[in-house]
Design a binder for this molecule. Sequence first.
Ligand SMILES: [Zn+2]
Length: 314
Amino acid sequence: MKYMPPKFSKLSDMAAIDVGRLTEDEARTILEGIRWPKGVSCPHCGSIKVTRIQAKSEKIRDGVIQCNDCRGQFTVTVGTIMHRSHITLRQWVQAFYSMCSHKKGISALQLQRNLGLHSYRSAWHLAHRIRTAMGEKTSAGKLKGIIECDETYVGGKPRKSDGKKHKRGRGTEKTPVMVLVERNGEAISKPIERVDAKNLQSAIRETVDKSSTIMTDECRGYYGIGQGFEGGHKSINHTMGEYVNGDISTNTAESYFALLKRGVHGTFHHISKQHLAKYCDEFSFRWNYRKVNDGNRAEAAIRGADVKRLLYKA
Ligand SMILES: [Zn+2]
């Protein structure tokens, strides 16, 4: 078969329409460029002396590389979330790109249609693995500076039969989610067991650097949190109709929740408690990379796809 040199080698240079037209060879070149920016190195022994195996027959897969030192063979997907899947590389790249470019996320059903996958199940698993890679890129370090903390409630199936208005906020069946967001910076969100001082404050201590200032609403659960932080604790009284007081507000945290809720209600409809943390990672990831283009964001997600590091961290 005649080899067509890839037209693009970087996702950041491409538009969505180009990503949709990628060939398998082009997708492989893109993935190799992200995994090995300084040239291919053996995932088994680290050697950079490698030989590409020519796929002359049906029995040899495309993209196999052999290490000249340890003689091991590998492809770009070895040791990543993409390993041992029946999904082609161009579908993987397109899936990463789709999930990174849709602000409210993309449903598994839509992914299945866009990528031409045979089952909803494989689309769901594909999306879930990508969320794992995104999660790897969200919580790199502690948050610093002015940190807005807030909680909201998401998920839970709406009850249509009772005809009553659903209870909102604290005291409902929905799962509480907490967001901690640096003003003009990164965000971390996660489900918490319940909204009480113990859960709220331990989440803050785990994720926020001691030099920071904590900003919250008047929720009692935050009382006393300022003691652990150099910038102390400032709060805004929403029940008194107060939303901004000088530099005190939780407006950034609320913008984050608005996005999360639009995604949960508009795209995903129902998210089980069990998987909510993964969706939170997905939204934090897109938030944290909101200032770069879709291609750069997709590259960042792909860089999180290294399974060995994921297993090691777990
Ligand atoms: Zn090797």
